[in-house]
Design a protein around this ligand. Structure first.
Ligand code: NDP
Length: 267
């Protein structure tokens, strides 16, 4: 039995990487999926491969007017939303001039990262709640990061934005419960998932392979994760199997956050 039968789902930043994996997984599990991204060409291409339960809508998550257009589209086409995955996010390394360390940070670059990662999720929750009140059982899944739980000296804006996502998810969870809305909200915290987001940091060819091996050496399970590892966690939180789960944070990080550094080795 598919786990998302009759569910209407919307995913942001779904053209590639984790968002595309979640979209593919949701389609396989019976959902109708609205694939959104600011990269219209790539998102439409993915949509075309997923069959007649996949829809595309342009959405830059940092633009409230885009969310208003998406709200009107979902309302008209489906009359409600059951699942929202606020996935779109940027590191700021490619999109801004930086730097991003706490001592030298460039304020405009800092704001650019917050606008997509933090404002984008807040707007998503705002419009998601409006559409989900008509659902029987709805779920918002916000993609934070391991970086939302620990400091990242060279990516302070990204880390702060992801900490905001973690905390806002709990406010949304409690607010919806207080209001008696049928809406749960949880955050997912991936770490070291090999997607195009890493391309600029890894280089190419042998340098890329060496960089990946270097990262893997610091991960307890010994390798980077893949997008489907995250998609399966999102599937659980999106489905009614997690009906009693709200306000939690779920780490998908190969054990990084379990705390493996500076510990004595067992003999
Ligand atoms: P990718 O960079 O591979 O994909 C992100 C997608 O989001 C791209 O299609 C991108 O479009 C789109 N996007 C960027 N900005 C916006 C915006 N303002 N509005 C709408 N779409 C946008 O990233 P991942 O798949 O790796 O990451 C997905 C999420 O997971 C992000 O929130 C990320 O921070 C988080 N995450 C990822 C980790 C990892 O190791 N990969 C670890 C921890 C968290 P475009 O091509 O136009 O930029």
């Amino acid at each position: 039995m598919p786990r998302l039968n009759n569910k209407i789902a919307l995913i942001t930043g779904a053209a590639r990487g984790i968002g595309a994996a979640v979209a593919t997984c949701f389609i396989e599990q019976g959902a109708t999926v609205i694939i959104t991204d600011k990269n219209a060409e790539e998102a439409q291409k993915l949509c075309d491969t997923l069959g007649d339960r996949a829809y595309f809508h342009l959405l830059d998550v940092s633009e409230e007017s885009h969310w208003q257009a998406v709200e009107a589209f979902v309302q008209t086409e489906f009359g409600r939303l059951d699942i929202l995955v606020n996935n779109a996010g940027i590191t700021g390394f490619l999109e801004t001039v930086g730097p991003h360390d706490p001592e030298h940070l460039d304020l405009a670059s800092w704001h650019t990262v917050q606008r997509t990662n933090s404002d984008g999720v807040a707007l998503g929750c705002k419009y998601g709640i409006r559409l989900m009140k008509a659902s029987q059982a709805a779920s918002i899944v916000n993609i934070s990061s391991r970086s939302g739980l620990v400091g990242i000296p060279a990516a302070a804006a990204y880390a702060a934005s992801k900490a905001a996502v973690r905390n806002h998810s709990k406010s949304v969870a409690l607010y919806c419960a207080q209001q008696g809305y049928p809406i749960r909200c949880n955050s997912v915290h991936p770490g070291a998932i090999l997607t195009p987001m890493w391309d600029a940091m890894l280089g190419e060819g042998e340098a890329r392979e060496a960089a990946i091996a270097g990262i893997a050496a610091d991960i307890p399970v010994g390798h980077m994760g893949n997008a489907m590892d995250v998609a399966y966690a999102v599937l659980y939180l999106a489905s009614d199997e997690s009906a009693y789960v709200t306000g939690i944070e779920l780490n998908i990080d190969g054990g990084i956050l379990a705390g493996s550094s500076a510990a004595p080795k067992s003999s």
